[in-house]
Ligand binder design. Structure first.
Ligand code: IMP
Ligand code: MG
Length: 187
């Protein structure tokens, strides 16, 4: 057998139906908030792709989309990474109302770095929209304007979130059983 071991799912946190319902509610808020704006969703590859497309389809106002990807290095497995942009946006965000779309805001380092970087490019407005928010692990403060769900301090997979690049395509979000040998994570 190739590849990583299949993690055992401990419990499902959010079903596909719950996620879709919540995304429709958040899309409604966004449609109201940006009704007279110039909305662009900026997704962070790869985790946010599933959330961004579902969100975009539920938004009822004109919307543009663009993507960037980041890589982070850390000196120790458990240390927060130094973030940099690996693939930049295709287009300018000057004058646009940018919503940074994330799969999860965890320590906050990624979102803070991206907010600082994007703010320097002259958007009309800039805010964060995240599928999951894990506030117990926050190290740096990040303003989160829109969130679908708060989650406890456990590693999750599904709906874009991966474990060793797998399980992004699960329709639900699940907590996996601790594998202390392979997860650089508080479990
Ligand atoms: P941070 O907020 O800079 O710590 O980074 C958050 C990033 O770490 C996310 O965009 C995910 O890619 C990844 N991540 C954090 N927690 C999880 C998890 O529970 N499952 C899968 N990926 C995670
Ligand atoms: Mg990510």
């Amino acid at each position: 057998m190739n590849g990583p071991p299949v993690p055992e799912i401990e419990r499902i946190l959010f079903t596909e139906e719950q996620i879709e319902k919540r995304i429709r509610e958040v899309a409604e808020e966004i449609s109201e908030r940006y009704r007279d704006g110039n909305l662009k969703l900026v997704g962070v590859l790869k985790g946010a792709v599933f959330f961004l497309t579902a969100l975009a389809r539920a938004i009822r106002i004109p919307v543009k989309i663009d993507f960037l990807s980041i890589s982070s290095f850390s000196t120790r497995p458990s240390a927060p990474g130094v973030v940099r942009i690996a693939k930049d946006l295709d287009e300018s965000i000057e004058g646009e109302d940018v919503l940074l779309v994330e799969d999860i805001v965890d320590t906050g380092f990624t979102a803070r770095y991206l907010l600082q970087t994007l703010a320097a490019r002259g958007p009309n407005s800039l805010a964060v929209c995240t599928l999951l928010d894990r506030t117990p692990r926050r190290i740096v403060q990040v303003p989160v304007a829109f969130r679908c769900f708060e989650i406890p301090d456990r590693f999750v997979i599904g709906f874009g979130l991966d474990y060793r690049q797998l399980y992004r395509n699960l329709g639900y979000i699940a907590v996996i059983k601790p594998d202390r040998n392979s997860l650089p994570f508080a479990l």
